[in-house]
Design a protein around this ligand. Structure first.
Ligand code: OAD
Length: 259
């Protein structure tokens, strides 16, 4: 069993070391070891509390003041999530992605996570497809702001640039993904011949489509997840286990191959 695990890791390291253009897709499982609960599966927020309404964006637009009040004073599962987010630090999995980028092996990370941990770890080419919970975005001009740049004395807050309505940068259910990020994701996926898929159930689109596109063009998928996902059956390399444990081992093996 252990020898199979090692052979799997070696084969995945070969794949990465020989890749012309490797990218990654990450999800909530990557941040589990930083203390942030995932959404689905064991301990998941939706598993415990049920899925939230699918029309979050429409509800925001219908009453943005109320939505901001809830945001600034969250209750229920949202409070659990914000408490975990504000205390979280990057784990060895996040740092491994930075090392792979430093080695010139990894060209971009597409993350579904809004927790800011890839940025804190130092990832450079980062596409936050579901936004970043620490940022605020103008629905008018698309500019993003840090929280301390915004005047919250009147809710909802408005853009200091164009006076447009401000919303958390986190993409709500029913909200279009900002086009700057989405276009970047499509470009990266079109170039990639290898993709690491770590800590995602691969059930939310369009994010889950990118690995399928890479695979359909003949690229290889390396999945890292303790449990089977929607992508397990189509992944060339399936590394079963936690991302924080497996990714640093993968980096070591890629380094040993002179990359
Ligand atoms: P999910 O909660 O759907 O899936 C988390 C995945 O991580 C599961 O497949 C777990 O088996 C796996 N996992 C758990 N612990 C792990 C570990 N230590 N190492 C590696 N993998 C582990 O999270 P996402 O796929 O990210 O959307 O969910 C996608 C989107 O659904 C989220 O971005 C969010 C949610 O609705 C928005 O916020 C817009």
């Amino acid at each position: 069993m252990e020898s199979e695990r090692i052979a799997g890791l070696e084969a995945a390291a070969d794949c990465l070391a020989h890749a012309r253009y490797a990218i990654a897709l990450t999800g909530a499982g990557l941040s589990v070891e930083s203390g942030i609960p995932p959404f689905r599966g064991p301990g998941g927020l939706w598993t415990k509390h049920g899925e939230p309404p699918m029309n979050g964006f429409q509800r925001f637009l219908a009453d943005p003041r109320r939505a901001w009040e809830d945001r600034l004073n969250p209750t229920g599962p949202m409070r659990e999530l914000w408490n975990a987010l504000s205390a979280a630090r990057p784990n060895p999995g996040h740092h491994a992605f930075v090392e792979l980028e430093d080695l010139g092996v990894l060209r971009a990370v597409i993350t579904q996570n809004v927790d800011n941990l890839h940025r804190l770890a130092g990832s450079r080419r980062l596409l936050e497809i579901h936004g970043n919970a620490t940022l605020i975005r103008c629905l008018g001009c698309g500019r993003r702001f840090a929280r301390d740049e915004i005047d919250f004395s009147e809710l909802p807050p408005h853009c200091p640039g164009c006076d447009g309505l401000l919303k958390s940068d986190t993409v709500s259910f029913g909200e279009p993904i900002p086009s700057d990020v989405l276009e970047g994701c499509f470009e990266e996926a079109a170039r990639a011949d290898c993709m690491i898929v770590a800590g995602t159930s691969a059930t939310v689109y369009p994010a889950a489509q990118f690995p399928l596109d890479v695979r359909d063009r003949g690229g290889d998928l390396i999945e890292i997840n303790p449990y089977p996902s929607e992508l397990t059956a189509v992944s060339r390399h399936v590394l079963q286990g936690s991302a924080g444990e497996i990714l640093p081992k993968l980096v070591e093996l890629v380094r040993a191959r002179g990359r």
